[in-house]
Design a protein around this ligand. Structure first.
Ligand SMILES: Cc1cc2nc3c(=O)[nH]c(=O)nc-3n(C[C@H](O)[C@H](O)[C@H](O)COP(=O)(O)OP(=O)(O)OC[C@H]3O[C@@H](n4cnc5c(N)ncnc54)[C@H](O)[C@@H]3O)c2cc1C
Length: 279
């Protein structure tokens, strides 16, 4: 199918984009990489009257090193994120996650901010943003506000963004500890049936601190606080603690019990890998 008819605007400044968004109200949509939005238009799942193409907003692009970590503009392409030396040094979890997003052609167009705004529960980057304690910078008619990633993702395709707001960038503190990233998908490039994004510090063969976030299991990326704490005791204690953290939801990939099982298997494998690397 073809997309329904819509008006198209390509503003040059963030202020102009915000004005168009405010005027367009419920019937306006932002267009970033188009890798989720355009299929939704073509399938007539959405019928916006106005598309506001934000690809002309240079101020939303780019990766820079900050005193405490990195800043990633919302329009940064996923492929650029995955190839960045700064990201590899300061937030290697993102470098590990990017190759699992779809395929090269999609990552060449798809943006970091688009992935966060889309908030697919099985997407890699929202989970990484929560694991890395990113602060999301959001512009709206009342100015800029910052929202911690853990409060940004509300549910399936649902975020803290209001209709008249634009995600501008993420401020990401430098990663502490070794990267934990694994996902299970039916084919490489598919959305995850279950995935784990996080990091752990290891001393003398024991985990001293960890932050584990699961995706593809619940209605959003879930920080597994009980399992993260229990890792200091043992991997088996952490796997058992997942019962307190996760509320798996069945989807077309797997039932809830299967997702709970896969989450435990991923945690066991990721911990084994991290112990080998730390040694
Ligand atoms: C075949 C296929 C397989 C895929 N597999 C995966 C996968 O395995 N993992 C994965 O994570 N993704 C996957 N994707 C989705 C891909 O990563 C998209 O690029 C991403 O979800 C959306 O980014 P985008 O820049 O393309 O956003 P768009 O499609 O342009 O926009 C998506 C939504 O976000 C809004 N939006 C975009 N940017 C902003 C902003 N700065 N501020 C506020 N709202 C904004 C838009 O209005 C729209 O509602 C897949 C896509 C396809 C087509």
């Amino acid at each position: 199918m073809k997309a329904p008819p819509f008006r198209y605007a390509r503003p040059r400044t963030l202020a102009a984009a915000l004005k168009l968004l405010a005027e367009g109200g419920e019937s306006a949509r932002l267009l970033a990489g188009g890798q989720s939005l355009v299929p939704a238009l073509n399938m007539r799942l959405l019928e916006p009257k106005l598309l506001i193409d934000i690809n002309g907003l240079g101020e939303l692009s780019g990766i820079s090193e900050t005193r405490t970590g990195i800043r990633v503009g919302a329009l940064t392409r996923q492929a650029v994120l995955g190839a960045s030396d700064i990201v590899a040094r300061r937030a290697p979890l993102l470098t590990a996650a990017v190759p699992f997003i779809a395929h090269a052609a999609i990552r060449n167009r798809g943006t970091f901010g688009g992935s966060l705004a889309q908030a697919d529960p099985a997407a890699e980057l929202p989970a990484c943003a929560v694991a890395l304690e990113a602060q999301l910078e959001i512009a709206g008619p009342r100015g800029l506000r910052r929202v911690p990633a853990r409060d940004f993702f509300k549910g399936v395709y649902e975020t803290a963004l209001a209709r008249d707001e634009i995600l501008v960038a993420a401020e990401i503190p430098a990663q502490r500890g070794e990267t934990l990233f694994l996902e299970l998908a039916r084919r490489h490039g598919d959305y995850a049936m279950a995935g784990l994004a996080g990091w752990a510090t290891v001393q003398q063969g024991r985990v001293t601190e960890a932050r584990l976030v699961f995706f593809g299991t619940d209605i959003r990326a879930i920080e597994a606080k009980a399992a993260s704490a229990a890792l200091a005791t043992s991997v088996e204690a952490a796997i058992a603690a997942l019962d307190r953290d996760l509320t798996p939801v069945a989807d077309f990939n797997a039932g809830a019990a299967m997702k709970r099982h896969l989450a435990g298997a991923l945690l066991r494998r990721a911990c084994a890998a991290v112990m080998v690397r730390a040694a």
